[in-house]
Design a protein around this ligand. Structure first.
Ligand SMILES: [Zn+2]
Length: 282
């Protein structure tokens, strides 16, 4: 997988600083911490051509794996749908990196006018053939949606894959109506990596080179506020149910524990190392 990838050295994707400090190694890949803004990112990283090629085979391809993937994501999609319903009953929704279209389909069935963008042609084909959904091919920036077009933009596990996350967030801001909501779901892996490294436990939790960065809740909120988003609110927002008993039990224990601590702390304590959901208002 890695041998046919072309790699390039990059500056910090957020602040363009060139100096960085090595943080964690996974195989031949390395996460670094920006010396200026402290952002954690993959460096060197695959070129954009290598990434485009890589993503054509990133998602599962056979029907039973796709169904398992859908079941794994279901609890997170349900929680997100319920969260959004607290703000709006319906409207125009864009799901970025929509994959096979499971979340889009759920929102469509709830009465939303749904649109999706996705870079995997195979996922788009599945969504059309199995769910009757039409999804735009390509990154968000190439879709050229009109200004102030959507009531809600969602992106589940997308931002950590993007070479230029700020351009993506600005584009989300441009196409949202005033008062519109951005919902992002993202992993936050560095605290667990730090913890496991104390014991010398090797792991591939960053999922390199698929993930190009690792946002902390503070960092993602700072980015959103810097481009004009307001009322950022973080949640644990449920947990996935992966295949395999051990992973399932771990996800369930940490997911539920983090959720309990979050509510006991009056929605202040965000358990480090588990995925988070953030909602922001334009
Ligand atoms: Zn930086």
């Amino acid at each position: 997988m890695t041998t046919d990838m072309n790699l390039e050295e990059v500056d910090c994707p957020l602040c363009k600083e060139s100096k960085n400090i090595p943080l964690h190694q996974e195989g031949s890949f390395q996460m670094v911490r920006c010396s200026s803004c402290q952002f954690i990112y993959l460096n060197p990283r695959p070129t954009s051509e290598s990434l485009t090629h890589f993503y054509q085979h990133y998602l599962p391809e056979d029907s039973s794996s796709i169904q398992s993937w859908g079941r794994m994501m279901e609890p997170v999609f349900h929680r997100a749908a319920n969260l959004l319903r607290q703000h709006r009953r319906n409207g125009r929704l864009l799901d970025v990196g929509t994959g096979f279209g499971f979340f889009m389909n759920e929102m469509k069935n709830k009465g939303w006018e749904v649109t999706g963008v996705e870079i995997s042609q195979k996922a788009i084909d599945y969504a059309r053939n199995s769910l009757g959904l039409t999804i735009h091919l390509g990154p968000l920036e190439k879709a050229n949606f009109p200004n102030q077009h959507f009531d809600v933009v969602t992106a589940f596990y997308v931002i950590e894959h993007l070479p230029d996350p700020m351009t993506f967030l600005k584009e989300c801001c441009r196409i949202l109506k005033p008062g519109g909501i951005l919902l992002l779901r993202y992993p936050h892996t560095t605290p667990i990596k730090n913890f496991l490294s104390i014991f010398g436990i090797l792991n591939r939790l960053y999922d390199l080179p698929a993930h190009l960065s690792d946002f902390s809740p503070e960092m993602i909120q700072r980015c959103l506020e810097s481009i004009g988003f307001e009322r950022c609110r973080h949640l644990i927002g449920g947990h996935t149910l992966p295949r395999g008993l051990a992973k399932r039990i771990a996800s369930s224990i940490f997911g539920n524990l983090s959720e309990i601590l979050f509510y006991l702390s009056l929605k202040k304590f965000l358990f480090p190392g588990v995925s988070k959901t953030i909602l922001a208002t334009k």
